[in-house]
Design a protein around this ligand. Structure first.
Ligand code: NDP
Length: 231
């Protein structure tokens, strides 16, 4: 019996790699993106006509989330993956110089959006058998590493960790697990060419780790292979 996963930011990078790996193994994917009908998703949709469901979604917009929810209807979801993310300007996020408009924009995508999407699609996850909501955070949000630089990005990932843990506790009684992951340093537009692992390597490990997770792992912060990361 195939599972159905919904992935945000499914059109490129890690989100696209997760989508491709799920389709390869025979699962169904609700591929959510600002433009789900172009680029790599268009090619995949032609190949997987029934298994790939394109869903237009700008995660920062209440209207877009409401429209996407209406379009998806009561479709049960086994797993929802909050993957869409933004780094912000690389030169304006030190302790001494921050672009506040960019900070706000990154918080829209990395902090508010995962919660907005999780709240909106919770009924679909509760209707599914998998009952998991995973958010792609980053170990750069960990406070345990004496962090310096990348202030905008780091603070957004620290904040999303807290937001999802509060959410996870609010829905603990509903038997839906809330999972936070660092995906590795991954060769994507965000991670750059010098990164350690390919999107496919990150995706297949993340999927394996999510498959093996349940309520025992709710509110955990782990890397792509499943090892715990300090908050
Ligand atoms: P990319 O920059 O390659 O892709 C980002 C994705 O997010 C794109 O699909 C983009 O869509 C989407 N996105 C951005 N803003 C919005 C929005 N408003 N609405 C909908 N989608 C949006 O990033 P990665 O694949 O590398 O990163 C994926 C996740 O992994 C992010 O959360 C990132 O923070 C995290 N991560 C990545 C690491 C890495 O090394 N790559 C390391 C640690 C964490 P569009 O094409 O429309 O812009």
């Amino acid at each position: 019996m195939p599972q159905t996963w919904m992935i945000t930011g499914a059109n490129r990078g890690i989100g696209l790699a997760i989508t491709m790996e799920l389709l390869r193994r025979g699962d169904h994917v609700v591929a959510a993106a600002r433009n789900p009908w172009g680029g790599a998703l268009a090619e995949l949709a032609a190949e997987h006509t029934s298994a790939l469901i394109p869903l237009e979604l700008d995660v920062t917009s209440n209207e877009s989330v409401a429209a996407a929810k209406a379009a998806l209807g009561d479709q049960p979801l086994d797993v929802l993956v909050n993957n869409a993310g933004l780094y912000g300007p690389r030169d304006k996020q030190t302790g001494l110089s921050v672009d506040f408009d960019a900070w706000r924009e990154v918080f829209e995508v990395n902090v508010y959006a995962p919660l907005r999407v999780a709240q909106a699609f919770l009924p679909n996850v509760e209707a599914g058998a998998g009952r998991k909501i995973a958010t792609i955070s980053s170990r750069m949000g960990s406070l345990g590493s004496n962090p310096s630089g990348s202030l905008i990005y780091r603070s957004s990932k620290t904040a999303v960790n807290m937001a999802m843990v509060v959410f996870g506790n609010a829905i603990r009684e509903r038997d839906v697990s809330v999972l936070l992951f660092h995906p590795g340093w991954v060769q994507t537009d965000m991670g750059g060419g010098a990164a350690d692992i390919t999107p496919a390597e990150s995706a297949s490990s993340l999927i394996r780790t999510i498959d093996a997770s349940g309520m025992a792992e709710t509110n955990s912060f782990r890397n792509w292979t499943g090892e715990a990361i300090p908050w």
